[in-house]
Design a protein around this ligand. Structure first.
Ligand code: CA
Length: 188
């Protein structure tokens, strides 16, 4: 709606406005031209850059397959973290702890993309812990993830500021599951 009419629009303000209305501004209205009624059909990604993120975990599988935890940060929905299964099979709960390496404000929630087409290892119940460092985390909320391939969000009730977040998975989509997996994690 702005660049479509020839105005410049800064990425920061796009993101700021976008996260303020995350449920409303999921399409790329910035490039919509109301005169020609074209453009702006792309889905907007408001997620925070993950370049410097560090990920910690209770277990990961690196012998039987490439199930390393950093696979949740590679932008590929077909690579995933998998809890260990080759040499040992630790049960739930499993966790991923992510250090964004800098405090980040105005965060509205967490995006989850589950391992594709694998309800047997997709986690279900998740506790979301937030804090300034890994030793000072507070449980902020918990939710049931949906057993689906598409990205889903756990939204915060109010915007949050934190550097570290921990996702504690306490059960799987399969009630008897031992293993957990995850394709991508990001925040918005
Ligand atoms: Ca991935």
């Amino acid at each position: 709606m702005f660049s479509g009419l020839g105005y410049q629009c800064f990425c920061a303000s796009q993101r700021s406005d976008g996260v303020q209305y995350p449920s409303k501004l999921k399409t790329d209205i910035w490039n919509y031209n109301p005169l020609t009624k074209t453009g702006g059909n792309n889905v907007v990604d408001y997620s925070v850059p993950r370049t410097d993120w560090l990920v910690y975990f209770d277990s990961e599988e690196t012998q039987g397959e490439d199930g390393k935890a950093t696979n949740i940060l590679d932008g590929n929905i077909n690579t995933f973290w998998h809890s260990q299964w080759y040499a040992a099979s630790p049960p739930y709960p499993h966790y991923l702890l992510i250090d964004m390496t800098q405090e980040t404000s105005d965060l509205h929630g967490i995006y989850f993309t589950l391992r594709q087409n694998n309800t047997g290892t997709q986690p279900k119940h998740v506790e979301v812990w937030l804090g300034p460092d890994k030793d000072h985390l507070t449980k902020y909320t918990e939710a049931d993830l949906i057993g689906q391939n598409a990205q889903q969000a756990v939204a915060f009730a109010t915007p949050q500021t934190f550097r570290v977040f921990k996702l504690v998975f306490t059960s799987g989509q399969n009630a008897n599951a031992t293993y957990a997996s995850m394709a991508e994690i990001s925040v918005y």
